[in-house]
Design a protein around this ligand. Structure first.
Ligand code: NAP
Length: 290
């Protein structure tokens, strides 16, 4: 297929690279030109240039403002959208904003699927992402060959915005599971139990979780280089709270966790992985970081 891939960050780059390796004709665009090259792909100067003549536009950028820029700016996808164009947005953004973008594209005869992902950097590199899609069923079907290259499974939840609604609920779980792990670990460490011992117990009992399994090697090494940058988890937490407010729903535990992430960003940890909140909790409780 002729594909435009927009956004070559931690997730977008390996996703686009898998499409190239599968033999698709890929044109890439990235906001920062010095990171806009991908072996085997053409580079475009604007999202509109990348989208011109493409059958599919795939987007993976950081937040709602970035997605709106890529689709709706003067040199955005909308400017080049021809009837029949299929766009897939794997960015985690506001469901309401995604519906607005879908409506603008529909005016041009183009279709948008929100298809946020889970699986993080390792899932993107190994083609094991899970996509959570919202939008027309036929669009999901048309994209099957591409989902298969980048992922292991696609869940089609419902209409536009529904993939994002499910994704936000999932990331809420991740933020709370990880915060629960951090607090349990800090209490254990304060009592003299080591992080290694706790990780072993967690792995052998009903406390086992995919989140902690993924993070365990990084925690053992205290390696907080970004797989999922802390500032992006905070962006998601804000989206969850905003979405909950729009549904008159209280999320009291998440509200507390939001404060911890806000503090972590103020302390300059935003570019690190969200696992770095462990270091923050350890320092606050007077533990020397292992
Ligand atoms: P990232 O490494 O920070 O990459 C962000 C990408 O967005 C970069 O290409 C960046 O371009 C671009 N961008 C930022 N602001 C922009 C703007 N205003 N206009 C145009 N492009 C802009 O982030 P990532 O980890 O790949 O995450 C991408 C999306 O996937 C996010 O929505 C994130 O929440 C979601 N996600 C991430 C993970 C994960 O584990 N990392 C997992 C699931 C979902 P520059 O190169 O110019 O900065």
């Amino acid at each position: 297929m002729k594909i435009a891939f927009l956004g070559l960050g931690i997730m977008g780059r390996p996703m686009a690279a898998r499409l190239v390796a599968a033999g698709h004709e890929v044109t890439v665009w990235n906001r920062t030109p010095s990171r806009a090259d991908l072996p085997g792909a053409r580079t475009a100067a604007t999202p509109a240039q990348a989208a011109a003549g493409a059958e599919v536009v795939w987007v993976c950028v950081s937040d709602t403002a970035a997605s709106e820029r890529v689709f709706l700016a003067e040199d955005g996808v909308l400017a080049a959208a021809a009837p029949g164009l299929l766009a897939a947005d794997s960015s985690t953004i506001s469901p309401q904003a995604s519906r607005r973008i879908a409506a603008r594209l529909a005016e041009r005869g183009a279709t948008l699927l929100d298809c946020p992902v889970t699986g993080s950097k390792q899932g993107a590199e190994s083609g094991k992402l899970v996509f959570i899609a919202g939008g027309p069923k036929e669009a999901v079907a048309r994209l099957q060959p591409l989902f298969q290259v980048m992922g292991q499974r696609v869940f089609h939840i419902g209409g536009n915005g529904m993939g994002l609604a499910a994704k936000l609920a999932m990331n809420l779980n991740i933020a709370l599971i990880y915060q629960g792990f951090c607090e349990g670990l800090v209490l254990a460490e304060k009592s003299g139990v080591s992080a290694g011992q706790m990780l072993e117990i967690i792995g052998a009992t009903m406390l086992r979780s995919g989140v902690i399994e993924y993070k365990a090697p990084f925690i053992r090494a205290r390696d907080y280089s970004p797989n999922f940058p802390l500032k992006l988890m905070l962006k998601d937490i804000r989206l969850m709270l905003e979405h909950a407010r729009s549904l008159q729903t209280e999320l009291p535990a998440l509200q507390t966790v939001a404060g911890i992430y806000e503090q972590a960003v103020r302390q300059g940890l935003g570019e690190q992985d969200y696992a770095a909140t462990l270091g923050l909790m350890e320092r606050q409780s007077g533990l020397a970081e292992a």
